[in-house]
Structures are given as structure tokens and as C-alpha cells.
Design a protein around this ligand. Structure first.
Ligand code: T46
Length: 144
């Protein structure tokens, strides 16, 4: 990505990935710093998610992530402490970029949905802001 800053101004936005289609099916690929605005340090995925489960419900101080529905669908709500948006992810060619210090919640998983996440940092419990009141306090103080 030539100008990373242009992709981190908004708090969340969809990223379209390339797709190569031929009679054998579709192929999508992702290259660090090319199709997404950071180097990938971690990949994780959620599966066997009950349809009535809720996940997330927290923010991260430093972490940037891109969330994909590789299969099935789910709703992803994002909140920067001032504005809120929601996205329905269902297309494996489209990922939702989530900037640092954005609260996110996921629900309405379809049966068999698979959610893959590309992360800019290794797992670090200290990076989580799990209480919404703490998140709002940090946003109001202009903290990361
Ligand atoms: C987000 C959604 C999509 C690890 O040990 N390593 C990891 O890389 C992760 C992500 C989690 N964990 C442990 C920490 C907890 O004991 O797995 C347990 C559940 O993790 P968490 O509460 O973070 O799971 P979700 O699904 O509520 O949220 C995660 C991400 O944290 C979040 O940023 O966007 O998945």
C-alpha cells in the first residue's frame, strides 16, 4: 500500500480483494502491505459459532484487524465512541478493516459461518479495552 495513512483515516471500511475466476472456481489472495494496510503478524478464525452467540464487545489500543466471512455470514457492529456503523459480512472477497480503538461486536452468525481475521499484532491481553466505560473515557481523553 503506497500511502498507508489514506486507509487509516476512517474507523472502519470495506476492502475489496482481487479474485481470479476460471471454470475451476474462484481464487482470492492477500499480500501484506499491498492489499491490506499492514504487515500480518497473526491470523485467527472463528468457527462452530452458535447462531445466537455474541463475540467481541471490546476495543484494542494498538491492534488493527481485517475481518472476513470466509463462509456464511454475520453482522459486525463498530463504534468509535462517537459514531456507530454496522456491516453484514458475507462475501469472502470483502474484508472489514477495523482501526485501533474501535469497539466491535459480532452477532447473527449463520449456521456454519467461518470468520477469518488478519491482525497487525501478536495476541496481547493488555491491548484489550474490555469495559465500554473505559473505552469511552479513553476516547474522550484522546488516548490510544
Ligand atoms: C475481534 C473478534 C473478531 C488467544 O489466545 N489468541 C488470539 O489470537 C485470540 C484472538 C484470542 N485468544 C484467547 C483470548 C481469550 O481467552 O481466546 C479467548 C477468546 O478471545 P476473545 O475474547 O478476544 O474473542 P472474541 O471472538 O470475542 O474477539 C476476537 C478478537 O479479540 C476481536 O478483536 O475483532 O475476535
Amino acid at each position: 500500500m503506497a500511502d498507508r495513512k489514506k486507509n487509516i483515516n476512517g474507523f472502519a471500511h470495506l476492502i475489496d480483494l482481487p479474485v481470479i475466476t476460471d471454470p475451476r472456481g474462484d481464487l482470492t489472495f492477500i499480500e501484506s502491505n499491498e492489499h491490506i494496510p499492514f504487515a500480518i503478524k497473526r491470523v485467527y478464525y472463528l468457527y462452530n459459532v452458535p447462531v445466537d452467540a455474541e463475540r467481541g464487545g471490546h476495543a484494542h489500543r494498538e491492534l488493527e484487524q481485517i475481518v472476513f466471512a470466509l463462509s456464511g455470514s454475520f453482522r459486525l457492529k463498530v463504534d468509535n465512541g462517537i459514531n456507530k456503523s454496522e456491516y453484514w459480512l458475507r462475501d469472502p472477497r470483502k474484508g472489514l478493516y477495523i482501526n485501533r480503538m474501535i469497539s466491535r461486536e459480532m452477532d447473527s452468525f449463520s449456521q456454519g459461518a467461518v470468520c477469518m481475521v488478519l491482525a497487525s499484532e501478536h495476541y496481547d491481553e493488555d491491548d484489550y479495552v474490555r469495559e465500554y466505560d473505559d473505552f469511552i473515557l479513553s476516547v474522550n481523553k484522546g488516548e490510544k
